[in-house]
Design a protein around this ligand. Structure first.
Ligand code: ADP
Ligand code: MG
Length: 236
């Protein structure tokens, strides 16, 4: 169980100090926000599902040699992650804008709720010291690999990855700076459409009052084989 006082409480997650130095416990809440937190609500069971989905996807990315903050799952709502300095950018990768894009588009937004996460040009990223050119190159490289991998993985489960938002962080191993994928990958941070019906299986259901958001999140977990009923029954 996590200690009582979070060191940070965000819109969808809480962070607690981890059991070892350099670690954090990431706790996934059911709280949902949209439009820069002007719209607030909850999606029943979302925290449990997002914790599972993010663990599943980050484990696979780690396995492919893409470094992530994920260390191990702790319980239904919590995972142990490496504490990193978040690069305050929302890295957005788009595969569709009305139609399939020949190659994915990457854009950067400054992660700053007070300013409403505005679009930021690369020159401003460098000028304000938000990230160095080499760091941004590495982030772009990882973002494209992650996007390709996730696009294929979701496609195999009948889901189109329309776009997604990633966050990266840095930590030091001795003198060496390492950039890793942080935060979460879930229906909160991806646009996921059913390949056949184009039904939205993501937070747009909440944003646009479409209803059925809890069921949509559940459906993504089910397709990925992550819900208990998908597990083979074990007879003792
Ligand atoms: P927010 O409302 O700020 O987006 P969230 O509810 O998403 O917050 O909670 C997670 C917060 O923790 C985010 O601010 C995110 O940038 C940060 N974060 C994610 N992973 C890590 C990590 N490994 N180390 C430190 N901070 C992290
Ligand atoms: Mg967040």
């Amino acid at each position: 169980m996590s200690p009582k006082t979070p060191i940070y409480e965000g819109k969808a997650k809480k962070l607690f100090e981890g059991p070892e130095p350099g670690t954090l416990i990431q706790h996934f809440k059911d709280d949902a926000t949209a439009f820069n937190a002007k719209k607030k609500g909850t999606i029943a069971g979302k925290g449990i599902i997002n914790n599972k989905i993010s663990e599943f996807l980050m484990t696979r990315l780690n396995d492919m040699g893409i470094p992530t903050h994920f260390i191990r799952g702790l319980n239904m709502r919590e995972q142990l992650v490496r504490a990193v300095d978040i690069v305050p950018l929302e890295v957005i990768i788009r595969n569709y804008e009305g139609e399939a894009l020949g190659s994915p588009l990457i854009e950067f937004c400054l992660k700053d709720d007070r300013l409403g996460d505005p679009f930021i040009a690369e020159d401003h990223v460098f000028a304000f010291g938000i990230a160095a050119p080499e760091e941004l190159d590495e982030i772009r490289h990882y973002a494209l690999r992650i996007n390709d991998f996730l696009s294929g993985l979701f496609y195999g489960h009948g889901i189109r990855l329309i776009d997604l938002k990633l966050e990266f962080g840095r930590f030091y191993e001795g003198e060496t700076e390492i950039i890793v994928l942080a935060d979460e990958i879930s229906p909160d941070t991806c646009r996921l459409w059913d390949i056949v019906t184009n039904d939205k299986l993501d937070k747009d259901r909440f944003r646009r009052d479409l209803g059925g958001e809890a069921e949509a999140y559940q459906e993504v977990a089910r397709r990925l084989g992550l819900t208990p009923e998908d597990e083979p029954e074990v007879l003792n």
